[in-house]
Design a protein around this ligand. Structure first.
Ligand SMILES: [Zn+2]
Length: 94
């Protein structure tokens, strides 16, 4: 398990990578999903994510960050998610 501060650091690091600026980052218990993103740029992540492996965390984080650019799950969204996901894993291997 990682600390919430570490998780937030990862969110900010990935936000820079994507080029978005989340206003607020919350970590709390969520019942039905991993994360959510408000139209005002507030991201909320499920506490349980702290127990997930890095790859899963990054995937969920990037997914929400990209919603700050694209509110839907269209082709652009999916393509960018794939790109950033690969890049974040590459960064990690360096
Ligand atoms: Zn989504």
């Amino acid at each position: 398990m990682i600390a919430p501060e570490e998780f937030k650091k990862d969110v900010l690091m990935l936000a820079k990578e994507v080029g978005v600026n989340p206003r607020e980052i919350y970590i709390q218990t969520m019942k039905r999903k991993w994360a959510s993103c408000s139209s005002r740029g507030r991201l909320t992540f499920d506490k349980e994510l702290l127990n997930e492996p890095e790859e899963t965390r990054f995937k969920i984080i990037l997914h929400e960050l990209l919603h700050l650019k694209y509110p839907n799950h269209g082709k652009m969204f999916q393509a960018l998610l794939d790109t950033y996901l690969k890049r974040s894993i590459d960064l990690d291997l360096q």
